[in-house]
Design a protein. Structure first.
Length: 77
């Protein structure tokens, strides 16, 4: 038998990681926050950024640049 908190924790973690390609809003333009963070990471990595990315594309690029710069490593573990 599961307690209510165990059941809620399982539901919360099962939805926390979703492939950006599966996002319902993934085809929309990236958000202002994504754009800002993407430029910060790109500057650190010495890369150029396409300002016309979708939310899904931006999320993938952010993940790529986080790995390259060492940022966000706590989130990927």
């Amino acid at each position: 038998m599961f307690s209510m908190s165990q059941d809620n924790n399982q539901n919360a973690t099962s939805n926390t990681i979703k492939d950006p390609d599966d996002w319902k809003t993934g085809g929309e333009p990236m958000t202002g926050a994504q754009n800002s963070y993407l430029h910060t990471l790109a500057d650190e990595a010495g890369e150029e950024v396409n300002d016309n990315l979708t939310k899904a594309e931006a999320a993938k690029k952010i993940e790529e640049l986080q790995e390259k710069t060492g940022r966000g490593s706590e989130q990927s573990k």
